[in-house]
Design a binder for this molecule. Structure first.
Ligand code: SF4
Length: 356
């Protein structure tokens, strides 16, 4: 039985043992992650009998099966099925050149868990409950699928289904993106509810990886009532970990804030948001707020998006306190903002779903 937690390259390495020269594993790794071979029998740099052996022993290169796709102008969602029939999704985004970025850019938002245990009340993924952690292969294979399809992706957002920092395999997947696919840490971005040990691990071992805190509520009590799992991670502790991160890395940290009408868009909320950022000392400018439009009707909840007037008032307060912020209005930008939101957005748009 193949141990799926170990990862395909490690398993193949063990299988090759001392029968093959050490560069053979490098050839196989390159064929899979750089050339995007779909089958072990397509690896032209190794002997034919080894190709057959690998196919017999390990089956398909990809640990996931694509089962459906939705397509819009600038976004494509793929629904994958794991070998044990869990469904997860990834979203490919195409960013057209703009003033900030002169060339077209493609990003992939990947899931790290099947479902999510955090139970955020405004999130469609949270409403489905937790099923299991994805393996590192299953996380990376969402990207590998596109390599196999000859589609060049530039960056990865760990903002799909699940809380990445609650899955130890997430860190293994970072190593694979960096070592096998060759993406630099700067091209990897993780969204978290604020698992402090995970944030500190990133600061220590992956200091260039981008972090977004799914903040949404600047008051601890309200935050834990609408994001129940955050009770274990009090906001002051999370903010301390993030401040350590900005001081050590000099990198921006993003604070995702989904604007919910009369829930978290009041003057009081805006002032408290400014206060917690401005308590970060001389590097408070490295905290950047992403205000996100809530996608109504995507969950069973009755939350509504802020009115234009309340939204503007909120922004004015941020400006008066010199807080850096961006309004994420279109789908292409949402991907940078909050976990679970992608799922929400797309579950309400299944009309253009194509099954494989
Ligand atoms: S918002 Fe993110 S952490 Fe919260 S339930 Fe949804 S996927 Fe999980």
């Amino acid at each position: 039985m193949v141990d799926t937690n170990e990862g395909k390259i490690k398993q193949i390495e063990n299988f090759l043992d001392s029968r093959y020269p050490s560069f053979t594993i490098k050839q196989i790794t390159n064929a899979i992650y750089k050339q995007g071979v779909k089958s072990y029998t397509d690896i032209s740099t190794i002997k034919k009998e080894l190709r057959e052996e690998l196919k017999d022993k390990f089956g398909n290169v990809l640990s996931l099966k694509p089962i459906a796709v939705t397509k819009e102008k600038q976004a494509q969602k793929i629904l994958f099925e794991t070998t044990d029939k869990h469904r997860i999704e990834s979203v490919r985004m195409v960013y057209k050149p703009n003033e900030e970025r002169k060339v077209e850019h493609q990003a992939l938002c990947v899931s790290t868990q099947s479902g999510c245990a955090m139970g955020c009340k405004f999130c469609a993924t949270g409403a489905t409950g937790f099923r299991r952690n994805l393996t590192a292969d299953e996380i990376v294979d969402q990207f590998l699928y596109f390599i196999q399809e000859n589609i060049n992706l530039d960056t990865v957002f760990f903002s799909g289904m699940g809380e990445p920092l609650n899955n130890p395999n997430f860190f293994k997947s970072l190593d694979m993106f960096i070592n096998y696919i060759g993406l630099s840490q700067r091209k990897l971005s993780v969204s978290t509810c604020g698992i402090t040990s995970g944030i500190r691990n990133i600061t220590k071992k992956y200091p260039q990886v981008n972090i977004t805190l799914s903040l949404h509520f600047p008051f601890q009590r309200q935050r834990e009532s609408l994001m129940p799992a955050t009770k274990k991670y009090p906001l002051p502790e999370v903010l301390t970990a993030l401040r350590e991160h900005v001081y050590k890395t000099n990198k921006k940290v993003f604070l995702a804030y989904v604007m919910l009408s009369k829930v978290n868009d009041t003057e009081e909320h805006a002032k408290e948001l400014c206060r917690i950022i401005n308590r970060s000392g001389r590097k408070n400018y490295l905290f950047h707020v992403n205000l996100i439009k809530f996608h109504e009707g995507s969950t069973l909840s009755s939350f509504k998006h802020s009115t234009k007037e309340d939204f503007n008032k909120f922004c004015k307060i941020l400006e008066s306190k010199h807080i850096n912020y961006t309004i994420r209005q279109n789908f292409g930008s949402d991907i940078e903002a909050a976990c679970g939101q992608l799922y929400a957005r797309y579950t309400s748009k299944s009309s253009n779903l194509t099954r494989f």
